[in-house]
Design a protein around this ligand. Structure first.
Ligand code: ATP
Ligand code: ZN
Length: 294
């Protein structure tokens, strides 16, 4: 029996859908039904463990799982802030689950800067990240650890300020809280254990990582095709920065015109299309790319 990767990802929550979706787009074939804790991928040597996001850093650090998909905030809290950073390596950021860990206080409280927090209590589910940050900043506040609904702590008299994850800021505003400082920013990452890994599994991990990179690059990139006078090729290349070595082929029956085909590494906006037209291009087509392998 061939050896398989063990990957931990969030069972249900903000990261689960995007994690599944990413694996599926990488051709992994995960069919997950509600309530399942374990699943074998059909189309790849990969077994998936569905767990709470809080437990993922430790599973990967201990080598119980080879890989994990988790917010970098959890890696920071569970490993980095505890001196265990070297237990995992980040293979790549995954471009979803973006948020920040922020300190906030009631808008009407008079607490406006970190200095105003001296001697105050801050409620959080991220005690170790917060303590490290306060130490670094020389702020002497007390950290009160609570496991959920941190945003109501000031109203309940549990603390004068909070430290919690924020994405749009809507929850803070709804609770009349004002952001004072950002502890760190976070996004979902693919991490690997630094414990020794079987050679066969390591090769599968490299294949999986390359596929994930391909999916994420393809998401950004567009394939662009246009016709143009041969003399306009250089001007057109200057319109799209990063447009590497486009394919330029003569148009049948028209010696002055060429077709230009290229992968643009970033989305093409209407303004860019208009600039291409001004540079001499016509019949400009922009199409999505499904997969890329370098
Ligand atoms: P679990 O049951 O797995 O412990 P949870 O309730 O602790 O779930 P979620 O709220 O699902 O966790 O958040 C999971 C991750 O999503 C966070 O650790 C963070 O990386 C990311 N995230 C992105 N935006 C936000 C946000 N606005 N608030 C909270 N988490 C966010
Ligand atoms: Zn959690």
């Amino acid at each position: 029996m061939s050896k398989r990767i063990r990957l931990a990802m969030q069972k249900s929550g903000r990261l689960s859908e995007r994690s599944r979706d990413l694996l599926n787009r990488a051709g992994i074939g995960v069919e997950l039904r509600g309530g399942q804790l374990y699943c074998q991928a059909a189309a790849f040597p990969l077994d998936i463990m569905l767990v709470r996001d809080d437990d993922i850093p430790q599973y990967v650090a201990d080598g119980v799982c080879d890989l994990g998909i988790v917010g970098s905030n959890m890696i920071a809290e569970r490993l980095e802030a505890r001196g265990l950073k070297g237990k995992v390596v980040t293979l790549r950021p995954l471009e979803f689950g973006r948020c920040r860990l922020s300190i906030a206080a009631p808008s009407n409280s008079g607490i406006q800067t970190l200095r105003d927090l001296d001697g105050k209590r801050i409620a959080t589910s991220y005690p170790d990240s917060l303590k490290a940050f306060l130490n670094e900043q020389g702020t002497k506040a007390d950290v009160v650890e609570i496991s959920g609904s941190v945003e109501v702590a000031p109203a309940m008299g549990v603390a004068e300020a909070i430290c919690d994850l924020v994405s749009s800021g809507g929850t803070l505003a709804a609770n009349q809280l004002r952001e004072i400082a950002v502890v760190y920013t976070s996004e979902a990452v693919l991490v690997r254990t630094t414990k020794s890994i079987d050679q066969e599994v390591m090769i599968a991990i490299e294949r999986l990582t390359a596929r994930i990179s391909g999916v994420l690059r393809a998401e950004q990139a567009k394939y662009i095709m246009m016709n143009a006078p041969a003399t306009a090729v250089d001007a057109i290349r200057r319109v799209i920065p990063g447009l590497e070595e486009p394919t330029v082929v003569p148009l049948h029956g028209n010696k002055q015109m060429v077709a230009i085909h290229a992968v643009a590494p970033e989305p093409i906006f209407w303004e860019t299309m208009e600039a291409l037209k001004i540079a001499g291009a016509s019949s400009i087509l922009v199409v999505p790319i499904e997969k890329i392998i370098e």
